[in-house]
Design a protein around this ligand. Structure first.
Ligand SMILES: Nc1ncnc2c1ncn2[C@@H]1O[C@H](COP(=O)(O)OP(=O)(O)OP(=O)(O)O)[C@@H](O)[C@H]1O
Ligand SMILES: [Mg+2]
Length: 301
């Protein structure tokens, strides 16, 4: 039976806030619940690819040209008919639940992604296109690629790179939900407001031929500690999120700073989901998934 896959972009201009860790946790929790999950890596650091597939398989996929960079280059520079589906690698996870491997598929990234985006721009400028035309071409192509994938997967995640790239633009504007992991400290919230202005409101958000994002961004307080700075910043974020014209909403569930979570991305084959997350984080993840499903179903609490 065809599925009705939801697309979730995990993004923040700021680096090191927990975007990749969030994608790994949510992808694994959803897969442990029996969902088919696809993760698309949009970061040249390839962190989520490494976390999910491990070093050995990732190296093999890169050598075989099964990456987002290779897809983009083939399609937009060489004019090939390759599809995104052709660079998906199924069943990459080595994490188990019961006697089963988690059902997670991956479109990996590799360090050449940064170069490929620049190469793409240069190639199209040579053909007389401008940057808007290039983002529109990528958008149109992804609009064709995603519907069949939505029928195959229950959830599709984009792990966005820090900063802003062409692919991040497309991911944020096409996703059903944008999650913005944010460390609740004063500097991170400054970055958050710049990020919201870039994509959701203000003149910057409209300086592109692409549509505005489907809904307001949802901030996930990440790497939270029981310190005064975090408590005070969270209180300010709650006020912002509850204002008349909120720049973002704030998820009730926050993710604590914990050593067990710093370990989530270590390449260790054969770990069980339960051992990886433990009961406290599993409960928090279930609560977070409940919130996300309510938002996606149109009745956020
Ligand atoms: N809740 C947490 N508790 C402890 N460590 C964490 C937590 N979340 C993330 N980390 C650690 O913080 C670092 C940055 O996390 P992560 O790579 O997920 O952030 P990111 O936003 O994806 O970074 P980048 O912008 O570079 O892509 C990593 O070393 C990760 O293991
Ligand atoms: Mg990352």
């Amino acid at each position: 039976m065809p599925r009705h896959g939801r697309v979730i972009a995990v993004a923040n201009m700021k680096g090191g806030v927990g975007k990749t860790t969030t994608v790994v946790m949510l992808a694994e929790a959803l897969a442990a619940d029996g969902n088919r999950v696809l993760v698309i890596d949009l970061d040249a650091q390839a962190s989520v690819s490494y976390c999910l597939a491990g070093n050995e398989l990732l190296g093999k996929l890169i050598r075989e040209g099964c990456t987002i960079s290779s897809f983009l280059e083939d399609v937009f520079v060489d004019g090939s008919r390759r599809t995104l589906r052709q660079v998906i690698r199924n069943q990459v996870s080595t994490t188990t639940r019961g006697s089963h491997l988690l059902d997670i598929s991956l479109v990996p990234a590799d360090p050449s992604l940064r170069y490929v985006e620049r190469h793409l721009m240069a190639a199209l400028v040579k053909k007389g296109f401008d940057i808007d035309a290039l983002s529109k071409r990528i958008w149109n192509r992804m609009e064709r690629e995603m519907p069949p994938l939505r029928k195959e997967y229950d959830y599709i995640f984009f792990d966005c790179a820090p900063g802003i790239s062409l692919m991040t633009e497309v991911a944020i504007r096409s996703a059903d939900l944008v999650l913005v992991p944010t460390i609740p400290d004063p500097l991170s919230t400054l970055g958050l407001s710049a990020f919201c202005n870039t994509f959701w409101r203000g003149p910057l958000a409209k300086m592109t031929p692409l549509p505005l994002p489907q809904r307001i961004p949802y901030v996930l307080a990440s790497r939270c500690q029981s310190i005064r700075a975090h408590k005070e910043t969270l209180a300010v974020m709650q006020v912002d999120a509850g204002s008349n014209e909120p720049p973002y909403r704030l998820l009730k569930t926050g993710i604590p700073q914990l050593a067990i979570l710093a370990d989530v991305c270590k390449d260790r084959a054969g770990r069980t989901f339960q051992a990886k997350y433990g009961p406290v984080i599993t409960t928090a993840l279930n609560q977070l998934l409940g919130e996300m499903k309510d938002i996606l179903d149109g009745h956020p609490s």
